[in-house]
Ligand binder design. Structure first.
Ligand code: PMV
Length: 360
């Protein structure tokens, strides 16, 4: 797929605004992206639920630079405090996007950002943070090119977000977003996320995600290192094929609302992601004893109550507990009474699927 459609046309309007703000959510993958090539091109297609309350809010302020040199001029402020430690990542991001948004070198930027979820909760803020920043930058471009279509804006914003955080390209819309080419999913692309285009059974409306914060510490393996472990991995090729097959199965599960099949598929995907890390070289165990305790309790609760609650994991020890909206009260009680003791400082977040980023 060519990327030339994302090179800018000639800008027809001058930029008169001084700042723009977006709130963009986190997302949780049902079919996992793990393994990439080139510049953030996924080795397999993935699909995620967009979250609602776990989000990053970013205000991007800009003034024209008097003198332009090879360096970008930017400052990152997190919760009101200057964080120079975050700036190299944004410099790298600007380097990747400059050929698509050439004005990044013409302005001095201040990026004021805050997350709705607690600091060092183990919830990655890169998907929500980079997608919020991508949207702010795209809003600048839209002001200079007002004839831009809504579709182009969304596609290019997701494309730009992808260059900062792969999974971040799935955060802009909701409730379900696919990233990565899949023969059965119309419009799917390796270059950007697209809203899931087919019918979804009402049982998935307002689907719930409770995030159990098992380990708030730094992850022992960054996602960049993790993705790289899939190069030369003994099981990589079959894992990439399996993700394609699993996504095909999910299409009919989403249509029919077969929650038993949903539970099996989602849990298997989570365990497969961790199995890839257990069997890589070097190998990693990212689950903690409490992760396994929680999984065990979920299985027992499901057996006893028949409620189709299931877990999924990202590349860490925290557990996402997924369940239908109609079972919310009961499952919330279960989490408060039985699972919260496995969380660090008893902390968990009740979230649900959301509809994507919003301009503030
Ligand atoms: O976007 P990254 O590079 O942080 O990778 C995210 C990978 C997983 O969260 C483990 C899976 C996924 O598809 O979100």
């Amino acid at each position: 797929m060519t990327t030339t459609k994302f090179h800018p046309e000639v800008y027809t309007q001058a930029l008169t605004s001084k700042s723009v703000s977006y709130a963009s959510p986190s997302n949780i993958a049902l079919i996992k992206y793990w393994g990439k090539h080139g510049v953030q091109i996924p080795k397999n297609p993935s699909i995620s639920f967009t979250l609602d309350t776990c989000k990053t809010t970013t205000k991007l302020s800009y003034i024209k630079r008097e003198e332009i040199n090879d360096e970008y001029e930017l400052k990152v402020i997190l919760d009101g405090k200057h964080k120079p430690g975050f700036e190299p990542k944004i410099h790298q991001f600007f380097g990747r996007i400059e050929s698509y948004l050439p004005f990044v070198k013409d302005y001095a930027f201040t990026i004021e950002t805050s997350n709705s979820f607690p600091h060092s909760s183990g919830i990655a803020s890169s998907a929500s943070g980079l997608s919020a920043l991508a949207l702010c930058l795209m809003e600048m471009e839209r002001e200079m090119q007002p004839e831009m279509t809504f579709k182009h804006f969304n596609q290019k914003a997701s494309f730009i977000a992808r260059l900062g955080s792969g999974s971040g390209c799935r955060s802009l819309e909701g409730p379900l977003v696919v990233w990565g080419e899949h023969a059965e999913i119309k419009g799917s692309s390796d270059m950007y996320g697209v809203q899931y285009p087919y019918e979804v059974h009402p049982v998935f409306d307002n689907y719930q995600d409770a995030i159990l914060l098992v380990d708030k510490g730094e992850k022992p393996v960054s996602s960049t290192v993790g993705h790289n472990l899939m190069h030369n991995h003994a099981y990589a090729a079959s894992r990439f094929e399996q993700a394609v097959v699993n996504l095909s199965s999910l299409i009919s599960i989403l249509e029919t609302g077969d929650l038993d099949a949903f539970v099996r598929l989602v849990e298997s995907e989570a365990l497969t992601l961790h199995a890839m890390m257990l069997t890589s070289n070097p190998y990693f165990i990212l689950m903690k004893p409490n992760t396994l305790q929680i999984i065990d309790e979920i299985w027992e609760y499901r057996r006893e109550t028949g409620i189709p609650v299931c877990f999924t994991l990202d590349a860490g020890a925290n557990v996402h507990v997924l369940f239908p909206d109609k079972d919310k009260e009961q499952v919330h009680e279960f989490i408060k009474n039985d699972l919260s003791k496995y969380c660090q400082d008893n902390r968990y977040i009740f979230d649900s699927v959301g509809s994507g980023a919003i301009k503030l």
